[in-house]
Design a protein around this ligand. Sequence first.
Ligand SMILES: [Zn+2]
Length: 601
Amino acid sequence: MADRIPEEKIDQIRQALDIVEVVSDYVGLKKQGRNYFGLCPFHGENTPSFSVSSDKQIFHCFGCGAGGNVFSFIMDIEGISFQEAVVKLAERANIELEMNVTSNLGEKKASKEIQAAKDAHELLRKFYHHLLVNTKEGQHALEYLLERGFTKESIDKFQIGYSLNSWDFVVKFLAKRDFSPEWMEKAGLIIKREKDGTYFDRFRDRIMFPIFDRHGQTIAFSGRSLGADEPKYLNSPETAIFNKSKILYNFHLAKPNIKKLQHAVLFEGFADCIAADRAGVENGIATMGTSLTDEHIAILRQNVHSITICYDSDNAGIEAAFRAGNLLDDAGFQVKVAIMPDGFDPDEYIKTFGPEKFRKDVIDASYTWMGFKFLYFRRGKNLQNEGDRLSYIEQIIKEISKLTKVVEKDHYLRQLATEFSLSLDSLKQQEKQIYFTKKRKEKSNATKNRKPLYIQNQASELKPAYYTAERRLIAHMLKNRDTAYKIQELLQGNTFNIDEHQAIITYLLGYYEDHLEPNVSAFLSYLQDDNLRKMVATIEMMPINDELNEQELHDYIKQVLNHKKMLKIKEKELELKEAERTDFKKAISILEEIKQLRNSL
Ligand SMILES: [Zn+2]
């Protein structure tokens, strides 16, 4: 893994940095006992189960199992390679890296390919934009945009462009600049013809919207047709650099405004995002034709806690807003929902009613999450009908009972009472009933399992004794080199029962060959496998005694070896059954073996 950057450098960087400080840039951390806790940036949660240890210089999430050292944290959160993480952290630690040229060939090729894909996108983004703004070929496209309310500023800001009506312009353009056609096909820019293996342009005669990653680098395009050509929007396929579930359109431009306003507006598509930006809503972001994912939520949570959802006001849009709102609400965001007249989307609304009305009557007038639910559950119901009305009221009271603030509960119960001319007292009573029934249920669930969150998660599948014993042994081996060798000796050539556990100790003993001192954080850099790294972080965060006494040690080893013997006994018992029918003498000797195995347990 560290072929290009020498291990001493990596150690130097690791030692120069404090993982708590690095993580704090992304996650709000609070000290609790020896460790720091916060909301996990890798999965949606309300109760902190993400911990960082300053002593051990590692992080671990009890919820989703994420874990590792400072390098793995930066790799995971920024979505970058190990090399890139090292470079980034070296900069932070003010350590100079002299890059060694002898690198792993495969890795070098992959990173070269990715760089080429990025370079080609950047080049084409500039060229498409130039074609649209400055050339005769792009003039009709420019007029088309201006007619539809785009401004010159907006076209520049979002680097909108135009792709020529040609089958091979991009193919030749890239070939002339020595880009490999195979790589460019994988980057989604050109397509290979099945019949003769030649290539043609993916985007032809379309208005080109570049899609940027969070650093402002072009990684994909969406091409809008000018006429009746289908599809109306043609997007780049998913590639090594473009992953829809991780990309929020306009994030790089909106981020400073989001930070300043402590608020973001989420749109369903990039066209709405651009229209809203023109209308002065500069903290807008959009998903790229997918529903909101956990990865999106994780990116958002590093930057903001309050979000307005502004989706289309048709049936599909409202359903999507309800789903997105629930995800965001569960992840602890303060959620609002902007509503437009039936059937409008933000782009059309702005065109019809103007930017000011959009800001005032739509964005600033957004509904609270509860207020939106009042509208949501009303859909498809005829409130003149008593049955519909009662089921609606019950549904809303149920939602109100989920609120945590008494003032809020009171507010919405009053609203309900006024609208349906009901007694506030009876509504309150009903709300309490629902609330306490739910509480009782939760309580009876909790008494079944009254451990703290992180222990609950670990106990969710009960593990056999040898499993726990192996993990405890590994935990001590990570702490002490001598213990590691001692345990290896006591195993007498036997392996751990769990393959991953055995892999970890094999790596660990390899690590101790060249390193005299135990250091989990350094060992995590040495481990190549992401899965094993997470497992080591989990094991390292298990509470264990500092010292391992002889009795404990022998008990654990016994658990590990006994499991092997138990498997052996089962095997012998099957053999015995067979032998009893066919070979009496053999059966006697197998029986003897089983007896001996049992005695040794
Ligand atoms: Zn997590």
